[in-house]
Write a protein that binds this ligand. Structure first.
Ligand code: DPP
Ligand code: ZN
Length: 852
């Protein structure tokens, strides 16, 4: 397995301005004819090399005659004397046998495609690199009864009936695009049809294609799409550019969704929802993913990536855009809390582990392993920091310049930063280190107050940890939004300031600081760093009470809890009184909305606590967290009981209603910790009374971690009710895998043998395996059974779908972070993986790097 390096990039030898594809579609044998118009790019005499994966050439012609060709490795090599040629190839492929879900494959009764990153080469011979852009014409033919709907990118230009009950459709996409954005779907689908009028008055036809029975569940996705289209016009000046926008939902899908030009293909979990089957979080995720894929039409499709090392160019920027959209649609502060929670849960561990890589990686063996939280979520933080440093207006000028300058091109992260620089006049030389240096920066901070002349000095120091292959790093630009708040009055002492820490250490002077100050730093999480603040006794408690910035206030609450949890996990006596006081204050405050309260009252996860320990001891963490939860539940039983007893119609999906439901289930969970018997009764009652999935799932989450007849009854009733709805059945698996229960390992082992479990559907596999591996206490069972189970599942799915398998390896790969007994067991499983014959390069890369 060879590594590919960013520094080795060379422009393509041959361009492909035009492509015509002709498909005879059939699940068992699809015949593919391709005609490429190729042009030599620059002065050279190298042959044309077309990538193919699992393809056998049946016909290869150049300019209508037999060509001089050979197959070398995974490429079709054609010697061409002139500078231009027409290349024709024909192959047969078998969609029904394609279990990797890359290329053309079957899902349910549908045929559909997934080409990012390198799936197109599993359909036909092609350079299949993102810097080769072509105009596509596509002819699709298929049996009309089985595949009444035929869709591809762009516009439908002609259609008709053929022989033997077949029909055909011709699609043309006027926008040149890279092969990874090619898409095609054939099947028996029904559309939710709507329209959108763009800002310049163009009418766009919108369709969301699903099975007929799912049509009633497409309303929220459609509303989200229209809101996203409007938002991108208003906030970024970006208008949709075709007369037609199609979305198709499929059940078997590796990603969440895919932004193919004019034909987005979605994992059905990010389209289908109604209040009976989807939680509020599902609804929010649908809005976020629909917006994300739509926004790619500009940040991804119109302006694409030169090579896959630049993946964050489109993904970081587009995640930032979808985060901003969701913030504007609901509560900005709550959305920011959720995004930071995800960053800390998924990206910080990656940055601190064996697979740490920079936002723009330097090398890879298998590119699909780099669709990571670092490229996506840390990438989004980089864009956010640029907006913070430049200010919103200059940032918008920069994005306008970027889109205008590079429309129709395949470009780099460097091109994005340069557009921001050119539009704003701000020098971003040092900022570029964020793209090349991996690892989460650490910042130490403390304040010195001088009451006699009303000044304070903030002392800051930064360090960037070593990561695999990278040592001795340079200081970075850290934009830290900072305010000093009077400890007595609770009033900010002067304006919030944007402190730019650019040196290894620096001191910043604040004037007009009359009272002893509380340090409110990195507000809104303006820089994705780990903070180590020297604080006076009582400072966090006071900040949790008075900081006017909701995000900062949330952080103070969390840090307060974290201190108590860490003390407990280290076996020190943990004082819960200040945590309980802060939580009581939050619960009874009239100034805070319920969604915020729900977030602020959620204890840091066991994983997050582990990340703050020298070596992770899962049992000690679990017992510390449960002890604190039960103390809170007992002390605040009355206040929590009031929040839990509020009911709101499941049909109400306003941010306010969602917040009330969120707080209700957080309260239930704490109440159950304080008094299990009362908790079980309340959970059962919440489950029975629920008219929506959010309340139902919240109740089941609590029951799943308890013993007793209520648990059995709820899970049996849920299964009976939803056994034919695969997305809801995923929840049934997921809830049991996430249970905080002694028997969870036994339960998941049994569930892997359940008739409804399958390794062929990524959603189902992840519902059981990924949720279990994220359940720290259960997965890290001291016996090592959890590791063995997950490893067995990885090896089993690797033979079918390497992408799904490889994404799970990091959960075992972080063995160095755990106490020695577990570390040894985890390492042994990694060694077992690497020693397995016939391993995919996807899993090989992740496992071997984790052992290195
Ligand atoms: N479909 C994936 C995403 O939108 C990869 N582009 O992030
Ligand atoms: Zn994306």
């Amino acid at each position: 397995h060879v590594a590919i390096y960013r520094k080795d990039y060379l422009p393509p030898d041959w361009l492909v301005p035009e492509i015509a594809l002709d498909f005879d579609l059939d699940p068992d044998r699809t015949h593919v004819r391709s005609r490429l118009t190729v042009k030599r790019n620059g002065e050279h005499d190298r042959p044309l090399r077309l990538a193919g994966n699992g393809l056998t050439p049946l016909v290869v012609r150049a300019n209508g005659a037999d060509a001089d060709w050979r197959v070398g490795g995974d490429a079709l090599v054609i010697e061409l004397p002139g500078n231009e040629a027409t290349i024709e190839t024909e192959v047969d492929i078998a969609p029904a046998a394609n279990s990797k879900l890359m290329g053309l494959y079957a899902s349910g009764g549908l045929l559909c495609t997934q080409c990012e990153s390198e799936g197109f080469r599993r359909i036909t011979f092609h350079a299949d690199r993102p810097d080769v852009l072509s105009r596509y014409r596509v002819r699709m033919s298929a049996d009309k009864a089985r595949f009444p709907i035929l869709l591809a990118n762009g516009n439908l230009v002609a259609s008709g009936d053929g022989e033997n009950g077949t029909h055909w459709a011709d699609w043309e996409d006027p926008f040149p695009k890279p092969s990874y954005l090619f898409a095609m779907v054939a099947g028996d689908l029904s559309a939710n049809r709507d329209r959108f009028t763009t800002m310049s008055g163009r009418e766009v036809e919108l369709n969301i294609w699903v099975r007929e029975k799912d049509l009633p569940k497409t309303g929220h996705a459609m509303e989200s799409l229209k809101a996203a289209m409007r938002w991108d016009e208003e906030v970024y000046g970006r208008e949709y550019d075709l007369d037609l926008f199609n979305i198709v939902a499929v059940d078997d899908f590796n990603f969440g969704a895919m932004e193919n030009k004019g034909l987005n293909i979605f994992n059905s979990r990010y389209i289908l929802a109604d209040e009976d089957t989807a939680t509020d979080i599902d609804f929010d995720n649908i809005a976020g993913v629909v917006a994300h894929e739509y926004f790619h039409n500009w940040s991804g499709d119109r302006v694409t990536c030169r090579d896959w090392f630049q993946l964050s160019l489109k993904e970081g920027f587009t995640v930032f855009r979808d985060q901003s959209f969701s913030g504007d649609m609901g509560s900005k502060a709550v959305k920011r809390i959720e995004d930071v929670r995800l960053l800390r849960a998924a990206q910080f561990p990656e940055d601190a582990g064996p697979l740490a890589h920079s936002v723009r990686p330097e090398s890879y063996i298998e590119i699909t392993n780099f669709y990571t939280a670092t490229v996506y979520n840390k990438g989004a933080e980089l864009i956010r920091m640029m907006q913070t440093i430049l200010g919103p207006e200059a940032f918008r000028k920069g994005s306008d310049l970027y889109f205008e300058r590079h429309d129709g091109e395949a470009v780099t992260c460097e091109d994005f930063v340069r557009a921001m620089e050119d539009a704003s006049g701000v020098d971003l030389s040092q900022f570029r280190l964020w793209y090349s240096q991996a690892g989460t920066p650490r910042v130490k901070a403390h304040v010195e107050h001088d009451a006699s002349n009303a000044t304070a000095i903030l002392h800051l120091a930064q360090s960037i940890p070593d990561t695999p292959g990278q040592t001795g790093k340079s200081p970075m630009v850290l934009p830290l939004k900072t305010a000093l708040i009077g400890a007595d009055s609770g009033v900010p002492q002067g304006e919030e300031q944007l402190v730019l820490l650019t040196e290894g250490s620096a001191s910043v002077r604040f004037e007009g600081v009359v009272e002893p100050p509380l340090l409110s730093i990195n507000r809104e999480f303006s820089a994705p760093v780990l903070l180590d603040v020297e604080r006076r006794a009582g400072e966090l408690e006071r900040l949790a009470e008075v900081d006017p910035d909701p995000f900062a206030r949330y952080e103070a609450c969390q840090e307060l809890m974290m201190r108590a949890l860490l003390a407990g996990a280290r076996g020190e006596s943990a004082d819960s009184t200040s945590v309980i006081a802060a939580m009581r204050g939050t619960l009874i405050s009239n100034a805070l909305d319920p969604a915020f309260k729900g977030e602020a009252l959620s204890l840091p996860t066991e994983g997050l606590i582990g990340d703050r320990m020298e070596l992770v001891d899962p049992d000690a963490i679990h017992s510390s967290r449960e002890t604190l939860r039960s103390a809170i539940g007992a002390a605040l039983a009355d206040e929590l009981g009031r929040a839990q007893s509020v009911s709101i119609s499941g049909a109400d999906l306003s941010p306010q209603a969602k917040g009330i439901r969120r707080l209700k289930s957080v309260a239930l969970s704490l109440l159950a910790a304080g008094n299990p018997e009362r908790g079980a009764a309340l959970a059962k009652a919440q489950f029975d009374a629920a008219d929506n999935m959010t309340d139902r799932q919240g109740a089941m989450m609590v029951l799943a971690s308890m013993d007793g007849p209520e648990r059995e009854a709820a899970f049996a009733a849920f299964f009976e009710r939803y056994r034919d709805d695969s997305l809801v059945l995923d929840k049934w698996f997921a809830l049991q895998a996430a249970a905080q229960h002694e028997d969870t390992v036994d339960v998941v082992e049994a569930l892997a043998k359940h008739p409804d479990f399958t390794v062929r559907n990524p959603n189902r596999w992840r519902a059981l395996v990924s949720n279990f591996a994220a359940n720290q206490w259960a997965f890290h069972h001291a016996s090592g059974r959890g590791y063995r189970f997950v490893t067995d599942m990885i090896l089993e799915v690797d033979r079918i779908n390497p992408q799904v398998a490889a994404r799970q390896v990091p959960s075992i790969g972080r063995w160095r972070r755990f106490e020695p007994t577990r570390a040894k067991l985890m390492r042994a499983e990694l060694e077992r993986i690497v020693a397995t014959p016939g391993l995919s390069k996807d899993v090989f890369e992740q496992a071997s790097k984790s052992l290195a």
